[in-house]
Ligand binder design. Structure first.
Ligand code: ZN
Length: 329
């Protein structure tokens, strides 16, 4: 299989190529990985590989079927969660089940992608399980989630799981260099490390002049989570109230620092540390794993609520209180 435009993750590429090149395309794939690690990019390549009609290694990227995946292929359905349980609920999954029972229009396979499927509730996952247990021979399901732990064990057991991770500096630089032509090498490396090598997260990060401010803020907020007084955290959050792009970068970066802290706590051997290693080590030393997981969930919720245009000041105040509670302060 070809992975044009998908950097790094060589272990995943080998795992998928071994299966797909020998004609063993799975019926269900679960792609897990941190934000911006390329879950949807990989899903799109797999969809193309499944419907491609070109000769040679797949996907060719140029046949009519490959091109239709980008513009709208009749046998490919994308369903993207919006961070709430409502978006991929039981009714949505039941509708998929009916769709899956209809033969593909033109391709040999029919593909359904459930992107950002993390918040699916157990009822919706059980409805999905009914199709995963006996899928029609032509079906391919692709689910993308930040963590497989969000899916029921019964769903996980029906899927081949691949785990994406950040890429190395050497793998990220050629992809990102053209996107940030004015940044110095060191500034670009700082940015790659802040997001633990997750290229999509780097691409979404704030404007250049904001970036050093964002790094400082991430460090300040991370430390303030465990400060003795709540006012320290409220003050640290204050610069975010009127600056949406800065807030997006800070929240994304803060999540990477919390994930680093959790990885340090569990002794993860694949640890790629972000740009605030000291803050991550301090959080790991000060908080139990459960508190770190809760704090990550608070940032998740805050990111979701922000997409729905809720009152920014109120959201940040509530998030401060919840972070303090998670940290047992
Ligand atoms: Zn093709």
């Amino acid at each position: 299989m070809r992975f044009d435009g998908f950097a790094g993750n060589n272990d995943v590429k080998q795992q998928l190529s071994a299966a797909i090149d020998s004609g063993r395309f799975p019926h269900a794939l679960l792609i897990e990985g941190p934000p911006g690690s390329g879950k949807k990019t990989l899903a799109r390549l797999l969809v193309k590989a499944a419907v491609c009609t070109g000769a040679g290694e797949k996907p060719c990227g140029v046949c009519a079927a490959c091109r239709k995946v980008d513009s709208g292929h009749p046998d490919v359905t994308w369903l993207c969660g919006d961070g709430t349980q409502k978006s991929l609920n039981v009714a949505a999954v039941r509708a998929l089940r009916e769709d899956a029972a209809v033969l593909p229009n033109e391709a040999a396979r029919k593909v359904i992608i459930l992107a950002d499927a993390d918040p699916m509730n157990p009822q919706a996952q059980n409805a999905l399980l009914k199709i995963l247990e006996e899928p029609p021979a032509y079906m391919l399901f692709i689910l993308t989630v930040e963590s497989r732990a969000k899916m029921l064990p019964t769903v996980q057991s029906r899927c081949i799981t691949v785990s994406l991770h950040g890429v190395t500096d050497e793998e990220a630089l050629p992809v990102l260099r053209p996107q940030f032509p004015t940044l110095s090498e060191q500034d670009l490396l700082d940015r790659i490390r802040l997001f633990s090598g997750c290229i999509g997260a780097v691409l979404q990060s704030a404007e250049d002049e904001q970036f050093s401010k964002a790094i400082d803020l991430i460090d300040t907020i991370a430390r303030a989570i465990i400060a003795p007084q709540e006012v320290t955290l409220l003050t640290a959050f204050a610069p975010l109230e009127r600056d949406k792009p800065l807030t997006d970068t800070v929240l994304a970066g803060l999540k990477f620092v919390l994930r680093d802290a959790l990885a340090i706590s569990i002794g993860d051997p694949d640890l790629t540390i972000s740009v605030s290693p000291e803050a991550a080590r301090m959080l790991a030393a000060s908080l139990p794993k459960r508190a770190l997981r809760d704090a990550i969930a608070v940032i998740d919720d805050l990111q979701t609520s922000r997409k729905r245009n809720m009152n920014q000041t109120l959201l940040l105040t509530v998030a401060c209180a919840r972070l303090r509670e998670a940290a047992g302060r």
